[in-house]
Design a protein around this ligand. Sequence first.
Ligand code: ATP
Ligand code: MG
Length: 419
Amino acid sequence: MYQSHLFGPTRREAPREEESKNAILLSRGGYVYKTMSGVYAFLPLGWRVIQNLARIVREEMLTLPRAQEILMPALQPLDIWRESGRIEDIREVMYRLEKEDVGLGPTHEETITDIFRHSVHSYRDLPVSVFQIQTKYRQEPRAKSGLLRGREFLMKDLYSFHVSEEDLAEYYEIVKEAYFRVFQRCGLQAVLTEASGGVFSKYSHEFQVVSEAGEDEIFLNAAGDYARNKEIVPDENAADLREFSGGQVRKVRSIEVGNIFKLNKKFSTPLQALVQTEKGDRVEVWTASYGIGISRLMGALVEARGEIGTGPARMLWPREVAPFPVHLIDLTPDRQGEELYHKLQAGRDSRGGKVEVLYDDRTLGAGEKFADADLIGAPVRLIISKRSLEQGGVELIDWIDDRKEVVTVEDFQKMIVAG
Ligand code: ATP
Ligand code: MG
C-alpha cells in the first residue's frame, strides 16, 4: 500500500491524558484513536494487527476437536442473567439500556448455554465446542491502561460442553496446549498461572505475561514457567508457596492475556442444559469457558517490545503480527522504488501468501520517514536511495535477525520466497 494513502497519521505527541506506553505508542503511530476513556477505534495499521492476532487465535482454536466459529450478539436479554443467578453480580459491570430489559454483553456464558439447551439433547452430539471473536462491553472504573483495559474490547471466547467431568478435564488440557501455541505465535512468553476458580472449581488457569505494566501480581517459580496469582496466596510466607516453588520464588507484575475456566455445572444447573445419556437418563452437562483478550494482546505486545522515553519512539512487531512485514522506504527524488514496490506486491511468500508491503512514497525528508517507520515497526525495512542504487540494490534491515546489507531486488525476492 502507498503510505501516502494511509489513513491515520503518525503524531509527534500522544493525547496528553494517555499514561500507558501502549496507548502512547499506538496513538502516535496512528494505530488507534481514542474516542473516550477505555474506548478505541482501530485505524488501518491497528486493524491489521488485530486481524493478524485474530487469525492466529482462530487457526489454533480450529485445531481443537470439533471446534467451530460462531458470532453471538452483543445485545443480551437480562432474563437469562436472572435465570443464571448472576444478575446482581453483573450489575456494576454491564452497560444496560434504559428503556429495555437488555444490556451489552460483558461475557457470553448465559447466551451460549441458552442456545445450547435449545439445540443439543443427546450425549451423541457432545462434546460441543464453539468460539467467537467479538466485542465485549464492561464498565471498567480504571480504564487507564490503553488497550490493556478497555470498556469496549475484543475477546475470543470459547465454550465447551461435555457429558462427563472426565471428558471436560481431557478437553481442558487440549485447550491449554493450544493456548501456549497461540501466545508463542504472537511473540509473547505466557506463564501458566493458578488462579481463583470461584466456588465451583478449585482453580482456574490464567496465562500471564510478565510486565511492569500489568495490573496483576504473580508468584513465579524458579524456572519462570509456572506461577500462582497473588489473589489465591493468603500468606506470602505460607508453606504451600514454598512447596509450590521448590526454589526461589519471585513476585512480579504481569498482564493476564488469557483465562481458562472449568465451570462444571455452574450454568447447566440453573439454566437446565440437559442431555440424554447412553442409559437414557437426562443429566446436566459439564462446561468450561476459555478467553483470550485479543485487543489486550496487542497492548501487551507494545508493552513488551515497544520503546518510548528518551530515544526515538519505536515498535518492532513479530513477523506474523506486523501490520506490514515489509516497509519499503523511497529516498530517491523520482520514485525509483515504485517499480520495485509493484514487483514485491506481485510476489508470493513461502506459504503462497501475498507479501504485504508498505511503500513510503511521500515527499518527506529521510529523518521524518525513518521516525514514522520506527513507529510502524515492520520487521524488515528496505531503503532505496541514490546511494543504495550505486551499491547495486536496496539496503535491507532485518530487525529480528539483526542483519543489515545491500541486496539486489532479485535476491530479496528470492529471500521472501524462501521464507
Ligand atoms: P481482568 O482480571 O483483567 O479484569 P477478567 O478475569 O475479568 O480480566 P475474563 O472475563 O477471564 O477476564 O476475560 C478473558 C480475557 O479477556 C482476559 O484474560 C483478558 O485477556 C481479556 N480482558 C478482560 N477484561 C478486559 C478489558 N477490560 N480490556 C481488555 N481485555 C480484557
Ligand atoms: Mg481473569
